[in-house]
Design a binder for this molecule. Structure first.
Ligand SMILES: [Fe+2]
Ligand SMILES: [Fe+2]
Length: 157
């Protein structure tokens, strides 16, 4: 089993859920990349980072996949800054149906630090997903995303 297949084995059930699928209808960071593409990328980078730095891999992958489950773009259309501040809590609310642990809740809630200044990631898993989110966002806006083999593989599954 290669890394991508191993990664997918953690998220099979989640990917079948309509709420998660709904992220495929929302563009994120760029027009060509959806919220689901971004979330898969963050979860996958978190998965790879956890192989280097440890942490609860299952929580990292689940938290990574659900970290931007805000599902509505209304807030973003009104004010981008407001969206940056509020979307982690929207994601926590929407992800409640996935029986989040306290650790997974923390991963989602704190991923936007330092924008959300008081929600500081302190646990290894929270730091990994917050870091993965920033790395992935940079790769997406610069177009590096399309040159990465793992992204092409994630995109085609
Ligand atoms: Fe986010
Ligand atoms: Fe994100």
């Amino acid at each position: 089993m290669n890394a991508i297949q191993q990664f997918y084995s953690y998220i099979q059930d989640l990917l079948a859920d309509p709420k998660v699928r709904k992220m495929a209808n929302i563009s994120h960071h760029t027009q060509r990349i959806t919220c689901l593409d971004h979330s898969l990328f963050v979860a996958y980078v978190g998965f790879r980072l956890s192989r280097l730095f440890g942490g609860d891999r299952r929580a990292i992958v689940k938290g990574g996949l659900l970290h931007d489950l805000y599902l509505s773009t209304q807030c973003r259309e009104r004010s981008m800054f407001r969206h940056l501040l509020l979307h982690p809590e929207m994601a926590v609310r929407n992800a409640q149906s996935f029986h989040l642990t306290e650790l997974e809740t923390g991963i989602i809630r704190k991923h936007m630090w330092p924008v959300t200044i008081t929600k500081v990631p302190t646990r290894r898993e929270e730091v990994i997903v917050s870091l993965a989110d920033k790395l992935c966002a940079m790769a997406e806006v610069t177009g590096i995303y399309w040159r990465l083999k793992c992204c092409r593989a994630l995109h085609s599954m």
